[in-house]
Design a protein around this ligand. Structure first.
Ligand code: NAP
Length: 267
């Protein structure tokens, strides 16, 4: 039996159980992928408890992507943030980076040599910044809390070119790509958009990591301004694809993952 799960706090927004359970059913693999809302004081017990119970792997979401590094060996770029744990080896992976690269690839968007502004310095912000750097973009990162933004940029510099811009100065920037890595626009969080609207220009590339709703205010306004938009769906699907492969060695059917995700998000 294959037991998998996701840990986070709170966890009401996750559709990962639906995606992975559909894959297991399709591949006729017995087991289950479950969601666990874990309190901060119980994070360590939750991880080791899952391992003791025979779980193979866990996904990690807000707010634990950095915190879990204390208990794991990060593989490669996962030292920035972990979203996938292999409990058999106590290894941490970051499949969000692959998810972002695939989202841009699927949208046939080339960011080589472009200047990209990443808004947010959490797990998603660092993954998006690194993916953009790997695709050849020059990345500027901003964050509401300056110290956290500067720390993220320091960590990212090990992998390439990245600079920090204070939150109140972003409107002075001229960029080709804007990527939202905050929960602004997420269902149940806050409406609105994470950058001043006047920054959105025709031909600009706008990526929103938020996938619920699929059309956030940012995506809607960016479309109206003639920008090329990419929503968070492909990042979600492809990070799940890579995680499943790490846990099982099997490449899951992406078309089924996409179908289930869209159905879950349209409810
Ligand atoms: P996180 O680690 O908790 O980081 C949240 C980031 O958002 C921080 O930089 C935080 O800034 C900023 N932030 C939060 N509220 C804000 C506000 N009201 N105004 C301005 N900035 C605010 O979360 P995360 O894991 O990076 O996730 C961020 C978003 O990406 C979430 O909406 C999540 O659903 C989405 N996401 C999508 C995917 C996908 O597959 N599509 C994958 C991962 C995450 P401070 O440092 O100032 O608090």
């Amino acid at each position: 039996m294959l037991y998998l799960g996701i840990i986070g706090y709170p966890l009401s927004h996750s559709i990962s159980p639906k995606i992975h359970n559909a894959v297991m059913e399709h591949l006729r693999i017995g087991g289950s992928y479950l969601a666990f809302e874990v309190k901060p004081s119980e994070l360590k017990d939750a991880i080791f408890g899952a391992k003791a119970l025979g779980f193979i792997g866990l996904n990690v979401t807000i707010p634990y992507k950095e915190e879990v590094l204390k208990f794991l060996k990060p593989i490669g770029e996962a030292k920035l943030a972990v979203n996938t744990i292999d409990l058999r080896k106590m290894e941490g992976y970051n499949t969000d980076i692959y998810g972002v690269e695939m989202a841009f690839k699927s949208a046939k968007v080339d960011v080589n040599d472009k200047i990209a502004l990443v808004v947010g310095a959490g797990g998603a912000g660092k993954a998006i910044a690194l993916a953009l750097m790997k695709m050849g973009a020059r990345v500027i990162l901003t964050n509401r809390t300056e110290t956290r933004g500067i720390e993220a940029v320091k960590a990212l510099r090990e992998f390439g070119h990245c600079i920090f811009c204070p939150w109140e100065k972003i409107k002075e920037l001229k960029v080709d790509v804007i990527a939202n890595a905050t929960p602004i626009g997420m269902k149940g969080f806050s409406s609105g958009i994470p950058v001043p609207e006047e920054m959105l220009k025709p031909e600009m590339i706008v990526f929103d990591a938020v996938y619920n709703p699929l059309e956030t205010q940012l995506i809607k306004r960016a479309k109206e301004k003639g920008c090329k938009v990419i929503n968070g769906l492909d990042m979600l699907i492809h990070q799940a694809e890579k995680a499943f492969e790490i846990w099982t060695g099997i490449k899951p059917p992406v078309s089924i993952m996409r179908k289930v995700a869209i159905e879950a998000l349209e409810i």
